[in-house]
Design a protein around this ligand. Structure first.
Ligand code: WTA
Length: 650
């Protein structure tokens, strides 16, 4: 059964449409709708054309080898991602173009031209080599949004050492799990990062995590805040600036096989254990290059800003690899949108003359709540294209964004994709597609999506089902790190040979896709993917807790919020202090983004006769809905009791 996570039914009644303007169409990178047919007829030729635009040390023999569920793209080809993101641009005037414009939260800023980036990436790549990092070694990166983050990623790519970036909001325990799974030799961090006027203690978290991470040999530390110099551990910790000080300014890029691993990125799955998504080199670069070029309509003179954190896949593909492969100017901002005031984003847009803005619906809903006075303080007329990602966007937020940020003349591309897909798979092409607020519109050319029912039959227009992808695509995940069984089981077992997205969706009469949210136990909190199982294991880890069940409840700003239902051990009495303690326990175990909004104590959790917790009913309780089918409950009184208690506390 497909359950929607939000107020989705109303979406399908949306009838406002926004065809591309003549003016946008006439300048767009792609404006001929025939491309959809062409790509469908021969997807391999379609992708190969983009691959031709990149620089290969050796051209591929075959575009695709597909032995479900294993795909290999551009086999026999030799290529280096850092070479394509940097060196490729050095022989033209792009050499002196801003590759990266960075602004720190306190207001400091730095601009790196492509040549600057080349030098810094080479120096750091040599630094990594001097620490013994070799091709194939994994490197964990736990940094704030500072230039050293993309520099470190590109340096890893240059020498063929797969990186594993861990979002700076994760706890020491989460770092430890990821380091141990990837068996990284090196971890790169900073003394701290600025956020909302305070300092995030990154180095301290790394120090704590290292108790149980025997694979780590060296810790490279960027001095960002300068407040923790006494934390350096002799023999283990190295300052970034010392490491690069005497390094040569050039470093030969390693010719990588198309299918060599580029990076690992951990994401929440339906169990408590995060999955290491494996992305490889050639196909990933082709996929992110192509989608960036067409969906964001990227031009030489654009100033492109994706507000995501590089700790998530959006930052990997659409701050770093896609834009730089295109020779673009990509903007990075370290801090929070409300520091020092709620107009920070708009100030940045005006200051740098940003032309393309890519952000998340949860941010847009927050800006809506703050009000129009903040964007109105600044001249946003440089903008020409807007994008969203991470969760379904409600039409109200779409139209607000289009009107108040885009001034009513920027197309809004609502892009659907996942950590696993590596690249955007469903999105408008702004020079072709008629936009409908709330719909991600159509699969990208060359992508074949289908909505299936439980039995694997395609469902007709208007009916809900599971979103699947029928054919392989270049940037798709290749495996789960060290866990091929889980890879097969999770993505390829429900419909053999077809990729299961775990998202529900509908298609309307015009062929537009409407995303309905996750159909598994993954929830989407402020566009961050969190597994309810992970939060549950964090809760039961507390000695006072006997049992816990978590659900995602619709939330006006965040999309979904975490609600925990907890049964305490016999001798423990539930109090507000315990609620606070449990929330903090989740933060310590996972990170602040997983903090439950509410925790409720329950004498018992509603279970089926076979002992399965019925989260669906808990969702009904939390959202104040009439209870769904309760006939399979072992004891219907349990949920009635919960409902009463919940109603009182609301
Ligand atoms: C959701 C983020 C609706 C979806 C790139 C997916 C979306 C999950 C959209 C992946 C969108 C992402 N409309 N839902 N435009 N974009 N999602 O791995 O549920 O962090 O499965 O990748 O976010 O989240 P992830």
């Amino acid at each position: 059964m497909v359950e929607s996570t939000g107020n989705i039914e109303s979406l399908l009644q949306e009838d406002r449409v926004f065809p591309p303007t003549e003016q946008f169409k006439s300048q767009a990178n792609i404006s001929d709708p025939k491309i959809y047919e062409e790509a469908l007829k021969d997807p391999e030729a379609f992708w190969a054309k983009f691959a031709e635009e990149l620089d290969w040390f050796k051209k591929w023999d075959k575009v695709l080898e597909w032995d479900p569920p294993y795909a290999k793209w551009f086999t026999g080809g030799k290529i280096n991602v850092s070479y394509n993101c940097i060196d490729r641009h050095l022989s033209s005037a792009r050499r002196n173009k801003a590759a990266l414009i960075w602004e720190g939260e306190p207001g400091d800023r730095q601009v790196y031209t492509y040549w600057d980036l080349y030098r810094e990436v080479c120096r750091f790549a040599n630094g990594l080599k001097s620490l013994g990092v070799e091709k194939g070694d994994r490197v964990t990166i736990y940094l704030p949004m500072i230039p050293e983050l993309p520099i470190a990623m590109l340096a890893c790519a240059r020498i063929g050492a797969p990186h594993s970036v861990v979002f700076g909001g994760f706890s020491a325990e989460s770092i430890r799990d990821r380091v141990n799974d990837s068996q990284s030799k090196i971890i790169i961090t900073a003394d701290g990062g600025y956020r909302r006027g305070g300092i995030i203690e990154l180095k301290q978290n790394v120090d704590e995590s290292l108790d149980g991470s025997p694979s780590i040999e060296k810790v490279v530390v960027v001095r960002r805040t300068g407040h923790a110099d006494d934390r350096m551990v002799e023999g283990r910790d190295v300052w970034w600036h010392d490491l690069v000080a005497d390094q040569p300014l050039t470093c030969e890029p390693e010719p990588m096989d198309s299918e060599d691993m580029l990076y690992l990125l951990y994401t929440s799955g339906t169990t408590g254990k995060p999955k290491g998504i494996v992305h490889t080199t050639g196909g990933y670069l082709v996929g992110t290059y192509a989608t960036t070029k067409w969906i964001f309509d990227l031009k030489e003179e654009d100033v492109y800003w994706c507000t995501a954190d590089i700790g998530w896949v959006t930052g990997h593909s659409y701050i770093v690899y896609g834009p730089l492969a295109n020779g673009a100017t990509t903007v990075m901002y370290e801090g929070s949108p409300d520091y020092p005031d709620r107009d920070r984003f708009w100030a940045i847009i005006a200051k740098y003359g940003i032309t393309i803005l890519y952000t998340a619906p949860t941010a847009i809903r927050t800006f809506m709540r703050w009000g129009e006075e903040y964007p109105q303080r600044h001249n946003l007329s440089s903008l020409r294209l807007l994008g969203t990602v991470g969760e379904p966007i409600n039409p109200e937020a779409w139209v607000w964004y289009w009107q108040n940020i885009g001034g009513g003349n920027c197309p809004v591309v609502d892009t659907w994709w996942q950590t696993e897909t590596g690249m955007i798979l469903i999105s408008p092409l702004p020079g072709i597609t008629t936009l409908k607020p709330g719909s991600a519109t159509r699969p990208f050319p060359g992508i074949e999506a289908e909505i299936l029912d439980d039995a694997g039959n395609p469902v007709g227009p208007g009916a809900g089902g599971y979103l699947t992808i029928k054919k392989p695509w270049p940037a798709m995940l290749r495996n789960l790190y060290g866990d091929p069984d889980r890879y097969k089981e999770h993505y390829w077992s429900r419909y053999p040979g077809i990729y299961f997205t775990a998202d529900g969706a509908k298609v309307d009469e015009d062929g537009n896709y409407w995303l309905l949210g996750r159909v598994d136990d993954v929830i989407n909190v402020s566009a961050h993917r969190i597994s309810t199982m992970e939060v549950e294991s964090a809760l039961v880890d507390n000695p006072k807790v006997a049992e816990a069940a978590c659900i995602g409840k619709s939330h006006e700003i965040k999309g979904q919020a975490i609600v925990g239902f907890v049964t305490l051990k016999d001798n423990v009495v539930g109090t507000d202090e315990i609620i606070a303690e449990l929330k903090q326990h989740v933060v310590t175990k996972i990170g602040a983004m997983a903090r439950p909004d509410d925790i409720y104590f329950a004498a018992e959790l509603p279970k089926t006769r076979s002992g399965k917790i019925m989260r669906r009913l808990l969702r009904d309780v939390a959202e104040g809905r009439a209870l769904g089918d309760t006939t399979t409950l072992a004891d219907p009184a349990v949920v009635e009791a919960l409902k009463e208690q919940y109603g009182e506390e609301e």
